[in-house]
Design a protein around this ligand. Structure first.
Ligand SMILES: Cc1cc(-c2ccco2)c2oc(N)nc2c1
Length: 160
């Protein structure tokens, strides 16, 4: 068992009755894939504050940190590194602004029956159904590279 270096990240997924808002990552980690909005939690900020900040930076939507509800927590590890990514996943239906393309992300609304899983991280098709049912979840995925999941655990939880 490796000694992992834990790094905190956030993801914000915004959905309405029929659609989910995703961003196409134009550069950096996860480039070329559709994902929620998020990034690193910086020193001195809470996960909710980081999530609200990244949502604004990546697609110009604004929300108060307290409006972000925790819906999931995922851990990602990799064969090739000692990094453990601890990703806290939030959602909100209280925000202002229009999803706007930035240097980082191109936002687009996808109908729930047409989520582009083949152009997303491979874990997503496993936990999105739980998220879209309105349930909370915890999971861990061990990757080989960025495309192969060697092992995984995923469970629904009552509360965080
Ligand atoms: C390995 C991995 C990382 C992330 C990530 C990077 C930043 C925030 O999350 C993922 O996001 C999703 N949906 N699957 C993911 C897999």
């Amino acid at each position: 068992m490796k000694n992992y270096v834990e790094k905190l990240f956030t993801l914000v997924l915004i959905r309405d009755k029929t659609r989910v808002l995703l961003g196409y990552k134009k550069r950096g980690f996860g480039q070329g894939r559709w994902n929620g909005f998020g990034g690193k939690v910086e020193a001195g900020e809470t996960a909710q504050e980081a999530a609200a900040r990244e949502l604004g930076e990546e697609c110009r939507l604004m929300t108060a940190p307290d409006n972000l509800a925790k819906v999931g927590e995922l851990e990602f590890t990799f064969e090739e590194s000692d990094t453990l990514m601890d990703v806290k996943i939030f959602t909100t239906n209280t925000y202002t602004g229009i999803p706007t393309e930035t240097d980082e992300m191109r936002p687009e609304w996808f109908p729930l029956e047409n989520i582009p899983y083949s152009h997303m991280w491979p874990d997503d098709e496993l936990w999105y159904p739980i998220f879209l049912r309105g349930n909370k979840f915890k999971g861990a995925f061990h990757f080989k590279g960025h495309d192969i999941i060697l092992s995984q655990s995923l469970s629904e939880v009552e509360a965080f």
